[in-house]
Design a protein around this ligand. Structure first.
Ligand code: SF4
Ligand code: SF4
Length: 256
């Protein structure tokens, strides 16, 4: 399964800097990506016009990066007609580019754009990839969850530990527990304990901090909470955070 685009319902563009902005809420990113997509459709395919497009986007959007060493690319748009899959508008597969690769015009350059793969792409377990792809349908949440190795592994390790056996994927995704799993994963996209932060920072560049399996439940709870906190750049209130997480996992396990 291709972690970058597992199916036609969603895709990820985290490593292009999609979430590396001060306001990474779904509403803001969706409206920015739709506008870019429509504008770029009418942009002449010449070096001058493509570079001008970038300047124009920078004048419209606040692309001040959260992390300056990560480029926030103005050429991310939607690559599908239904505006569900964010991706590279300079890619030769964009029909309007007629097979020409324009990625050399972006900050990273074509070679880097072509050859980068994040740690999750390289090492997330196949069964976890499938599970995330089958559980998360929305592009905004998908890019935050699928690229976070510690989060996915800690969540799955906790479920297995609390159940006392490895869950069967179909039953976990489609049964009543699936709603609870979706609620757990959705904490990376929206959490009432985030203090209203508009930040949705991605952990796509983070290697796994430790193999999850030997960690005990408390360490996994803690890892899940830390991953959520980093997303919003704001520490969740300890008591609420703990009880919310524990309630969700307990419910999930009881309904499996
Ligand atoms: S962050 Fe990883 S999964 Fe997402 S587009 Fe980049 S390589 Fe693919
Ligand atoms: S030009 Fe490179 S960084 Fe920009 S969207 Fe395309 S692949 Fe990503």
């Amino acid at each position: 399964l291709n972690l970058c685009q597992p199916d036609s319902e969603k895709s990820c563009a985290a490593c292009c800097g999609l979430y590396n902005v001060r306001d990474g809420t779904r509403e803001t990113l969706q409206s920015n990506l739709v506008r870019r997509t429509e504008l770029f459709k009418d942009t002449e395919r010449s070096m001058g016009a493509i570079v001008e497009f970038e300047s124009y986007i920078l004048s419209l959007e606040c692309l001040e990066p959260i992390e300056p060493e990560i480029h926030t690319c103005a050429y991310i748009g939607f690559i599908d007609e239904r505006f569900r899959c964010p991706g590279c508008m300079l890619h030769p597969a964009n029909p309007d580019n007629r097979g020409v690769d324009y990625r050399g015009l972006c900050h990273y350059g074509s070679l880097a754009c072509r050859s980068f793969y994040c740690p999750a792409w390289e090492s997330l377990e196949p069964e976890y990839r499938t599970l995330v792809a089958e559980t998360v349908d929305d592009w905004h949440l998908y890019g935050l969850v699928a690229t976070d190795l510690d989060f996915v592994r800690s969540v799955m390790s906790l479920i297995e530990s609390l159940l006392g056996f490895p869950p069967v994927a179909d039953r976990l995704v489609s049964g009543p527990a699936g709603d609870d799993l979706r609620a757990v994963l959705a904490l990376k996209g929206n959490s009432e304990h985030a203090g209203g932060s508009p930040m949705r920072k991605s952990r796509y560049y983070c290697k796994a901090s430790a193999p999850c399996k030997p960690l005990d439940d408390e360490a996994c709870f803690s890892a899940v909470a830390d991953c959520i906190s980093l997303t919003y750049g704001s520490e969740h209130r300890q008591l609420d955070r703990e009880s919310e997480l524990r309630d969700l996992f307990e419910r999930l396990v009881s309904r499996y």
